[in-house]
Ligand binder design. Sequence first.
Ligand code: HEC
Length: 106
Amino acid sequence: MLDVFFRKLLWGGLLAACLPAFSVPQTGRQQAQQCATCHGLQGLAIMANTPHLAGQPDVYLIEQLKAFRNGQRQHAIMSLIAKPLSDAEIENLAQWFSSQQIEIKQ
Ligand code: HEC
């Protein structure tokens, strides 16, 4: 009886510990749909003159998005896009793009 209880507790704990790790990039994935036309859903840019975001360190992506948002960095499109983003949205987006694995081939 007690054994079952502890097993449930253990699995519940494990699940709770893993959920944030799974859900954050998924939230970012959803939000990234608004970036997909130019940067691609996974951050491999579709349009010319648009940088790839896949595999960039999240620290860098967060810094750049905040710079667009507060006007430190200016760009006709990106300044408009970053303006309404919350800190949490910026972090989710950054984690999504930074979690994409890229491979360089020669
Ligand atoms: C209409 C096209 C378009 C859309 C949509 C768009 N971007 Fe951009 N993004 C650009 C362009 C163009 C640049 C290059 C800006 C520059 O030259 O300074 C850029 C630059 C960036 C950069 C800086 C990258 C670097 O290497 O410094 C980040 C980060 C970024 N975008 C994130 C996003 C996110 C997140 C979204 C969605 C919420 C998004 N963008 C939506 C066109 C777009």
